[in-house]
Ligand binder design. Structure first.
Ligand code: ZN
Length: 287
């Protein structure tokens, strides 16, 4: 029997009651950030949960015919993790992503992945808000927390910014959402960029956590959305603005919300326990 089980496991078979691993695709290849450093960190974090099998699709550089031909088979995966910030994809690939998400796909957007595709309206609908490349005040409003609730701030102004890197507190705003359930109301994130002045349509978007972008670090002086979930058709998106580089990704708060957000985007549920080394309101926790 033991031999049989081993053989089954080696063949990719499952034990009774064991869920199939969630097939996951990280997409990278162009990014003004250290994608060669961050993709392995995220792959390792996801695999450490025991829930995911992770593959990587690396887009070619530039924006020529090779990129136009870049077309991962999205439908093979339960969830996509976007670590791509670069040239626009070909029309067939864009259409395939829209169809995959509309039909119930899952997507996780990490940090600078929300800098790309600013002139692709469906992508804006998927990510709620973004900044920099191709974004303008025509992209939509700022997504912020004011007077105890989520607001779309339509005042004119810049699009996409961050001050100096520093440690900052994440404030949970949707404690009952599966990704956030059991997490503390406040936790201190490792030194990182704090994205602010991000704009977009923010349709069907729910803020899970914000951070206060203190003006003393060059921030907006507002409580800015940092962790967001978005419904797109039948699909689910988890958008995390934290995680500038491998150092910031050592934060157990980043790792845990990535693991939980990816499971939720894949399935709509979270089965993972909150780890004992999760950061406290006044203490960063690194792995
Ligand atoms: Zn960054």
């Amino acid at each position: 029997m033991k031999l049989l089980l081993t053989t089954l496991l080696l063949a990719g078979g499952l034990l009774p009651g064991q869920a199939a691993p969630l097939r996951t695709l990280i997409i990278d290849g162009q990014n003004n950030h250290d994608w060669k450093g961050t993709t392995p960190v995220m792959k390792k974090a996801l695999e450490a949960s025991g829930l995911f099998t992770v593959e990587v699709a690396t887009a070619p550089g530039g924006g020529g015919p090779e990129l136009a031909a870049f077309k991962p088979d999205f439908a093979k995966y339960k969830v996509l993790v976007m670590n791509y910030n670069g040239a626009m994809w070909g029309d067939a690939t864009k259409k395939a992503l829209e169809e995959y998400m509309s039909a119930g796909g899952g997507m996780v957007v990490v940090h600078a992945a929300d800098n790309s595709f600013g002139q692709w309206p469906a992508f804006l609908d998927m990510i709620a808000v973004g900044g920099w490349n191709g974004y303008s005040d025509k992209s939509g409003a700022y997504l912020r927390w004011k007077d105890g609730k989520q607001v779309l701030d339509t005042q004119p102004g810049k699009v996409g910014s961050h001050g100096a890197q520093h440690e900052y507190v994440l404030d949970t705003r949707a404690p009952k959402h599966p990704i956030m359930a059991g997490l503390p109301a406040k936790w201190l994130h490792a030194s990182d960029e704090l994205y602010d002045f991000m704009r977009g349509p923010a349709k069907n978007a729910t803020i899970l956590a914000t951070a206060f972008a203190d003006t003393k670090f060059g921030g907006s002086g507002e409580h800015e959305a940092q962790l967001i979930v978005i419904d797109y058709g039948k699909g689910r998106v988890f958008h995390t603005m934290i995680g500038h580089g491998p150092e910031a990704m050592k934060c157990v708060g980043f790792i845990t919300t990535l693991q939980r957000g990816t499971e939720w985007a894949a399935t709509g549920k979270v089965t993972q326990k909150v780890p004992a080394d999760f950061p406290k309101a006044d203490a960063v926790s690194l792995r």
